[in-house]
Write a protein that binds this ligand. Structure first.
Ligand code: SF4
Length: 183
């Protein structure tokens, strides 16, 4: 029988729960598993380029657990402390839930909604691009670029998001595209 590492653990757990290796069911007291009835989905840790696989368990649309994926040939179930604490990306009362805005010369931040924020970002991108766009360089060669905007990417976005992000930036004509891991 071809059984994955995770499958093996599940079977072993089931055997234990059924008293299959000598437990007396009347004495055994099993706490309900935190992940019971949850939906498991695999994802890749966004923090570094090792690319460890993580099992995310959700229930009613909420993340209830994260753990290393034993079936992954990359990390075989293990995670470093950073990846091991990834649950806090989802459940963390210290994370901001809304954008904050500090107007020019203001000293205080104020809470703003997403619609206003995205409009404002789009307006500023358009303004900066219009002001700094160059169709040709000093030699008259076609460059179609803007040097007035830069992007610092995030290790917390996945391959597909990176692809779309890169297309978007190149489409605007950005040449200063960086990633935090190189800073
Ligand atoms: S768990 Fe640690 S080593 Fe693995 S990808 Fe995440 S940050 Fe990198």
């Amino acid at each position: 029988m071809d059984v994955s590492r995770r499958g093996f653990l599940k079977i072993a757990g089931g055997t234990l729960a059924a008293g299959g290796i000598g437990f007396r069911p009347s004495l055994a007291h099993a706490e309900p598993l935190k992940i019971q009835y949850g939906k498991e989905t695999t994802t890749i840790c966004p923090y570094c380029s090792v690319g460890c696989s993580i099992i995310v368990t959700t229930r009613k649309g909420k993340v209830i657990n994260t753990e290393g994926d034993p079936d992954s040939p990359i990390n075989r179930g293990s995670l470093c402390t950073k990846g091991g604490s990834i649950y806090q990306l989802s459940a963390n009362e210290n994370r901001l839930g809304k954008p904050l805005y500090r107007a020019p010369y203001a000293t205080e931040w104020k809470e703003v909604d997403w619609e206003w924020t995205l409009e404002r970002i789009a307006e500023n991108i358009k303004k900066s691009r219009d002001k700094s766009f160059r169709a040709t360089n000093d030699k008259g060669e076609v460059v179609n670029r803007t040097e007035g905007i830069a992007s610092v990417g995030s290790a917390a976005i996945d391959n597909e998001e990176c692809f779309v992000h890169q297309k978007f930036l190149r489409g605007l004509g950005l040449v200063y595209i960086e990633h935090q891991a190189r800073i």
